[in-house]
Design a protein around this ligand. Structure first.
Ligand code: FAD
Length: 280
């Protein structure tokens, strides 16, 4: 075992762990980031080309957090010198008189987020190719857009290393010994740190158990589908088609992103209970 003691060891180089390590290194903390797979990999939650970023949340505290989050993403873009965000807006649709939709509307208004409320009669003029279900309202969070996920991971990990941070990938953590100085054992080494951050995503409980903690976490598989546009380009970013979410209080929410990474194919998925949208 090396005698070196890190200020912090971070386990898991997904977006959470990589961002944490980057901010630690920025704050002059000697940091070690451990990842079980060889990077880049596609076996966690952070891979793929795109993710939605938005201020439209039911919960006020998320919308408040997002103000800072947008600033941090912009800072990162400047530092990395690559585009990580593309503004598209987010079309939110849902039953007008149910909680989900009306909470989002209230949160956006309360936090003065630039929002367009769409009346039924003008809906198709603004959003052609989408039908607004009877009884549903619609609004657009104009601040929302797409984050380029893989590119963001690469950028953050690169900047972290430029600041002196160390990544050891292909090193699965197999044991954690808590203490004033925590000892972390991987399949090929033993490391010591004054503090430890576990950002292991779906593997969190396996590691937390080793640290003597157990949380009621449940891993949910999410299916991502790509739907073919009937008329190529209709639902693309270049046609200014937005990201969208359809709230269904009794079922899962369906959300999607304009075609971008795979021309002619729109990304569609379901949230909340990890439904298989192909089955619907
Ligand atoms: C299909 C899909 C669509 C999504 N869409 C959106 C969206 O549009 N907008 C949005 O905001 N969010 C979205 N999310 C959520 C977002 O992507 C996740 O919240 C985020 O990627 C989680 O990152 P993470 O770092 O916590 O986990 P992960 O990316 O899973 O990273 C955990 C890392 O820990 C490593 N690890 C685990 N155990 C060990 C070990 N023993 N030793 C070493 N390393 C270990 C893993 O290998 C992995 O690399 C989506 C998620 C999915 C899956």
């Amino acid at each position: 075992m090396s005698t070196e003691v890190h200020d912090c060891i971070v386990i898991g180089a997904g977006i959470q762990g990589s961002s944490t390590a980057y901010h630690l290194a920025q704050n002059k903390q000697k940091t070690l980031l451990l990842e079980q797979f060889v990077l880049p990999h596609s076996r966690g939650s952070s891979h793929g080309q795109t993710r939605i970023i938005r201020k439209a949340y039911e919960e006020d505290f998320y919308t408040k957090m997002m103000h800072e989050s947008y600033e941090l993403w912009a800072q990162l873009e400047r530092e990395a010198g690559v585009q990580l965000f593309r503004r598209t807006g987010l079309l939110v649709m849902g039953p007008e008189n149910e909680e989900g939709f009306s909470n989002i509307k209230a949160t956006l208004q309360k936090n003065e987020v630039p929002t367009v409320l769409l009346e039924r009669k003008e809906f198709s003029q603004h959003i052609p190719n989408v039908n607004l279900t009877d009884g549903n309202g619609a609004l657009v969070d104009t601040t929302a857009g797409v984050l380029y996920a893989d590119r963001s991971l690469r950028a953050i990990q690169g900047l972290y290393q430029n600041k002196g941070g160390v990544i050891k990938d292909g090193e699965k953590v197999i044991d954690i010994k808590p203490g004033a100085v925590v000892t972390v054992t991987t399949e090929s080494g033993v490391y010591r740190g004054r503090s430890l951050v576990i950002t292991a995503g779906p593997w969190a409980n396996t590691l937390l158990t080793r640290a003597g903690l157990e949380l009621p976490l449940k891993v949910v598989k999410i299916n991502v589908c790509y739907w073919k546009e009937k008329i190529p380009g209709t639902y693309s970013v270049s046609h200014r088609f937005p990201c969208f979410v359809q709230y269904n209080p009794k079922e899962a929410e369906i959300y999607g992103l304009p075609s971008n990474e795979y021309p002619g194919l729109m990304k569609v998925s379901g949230r909340r209970c990890g439904i298989d949208v192909r089955a619907r």
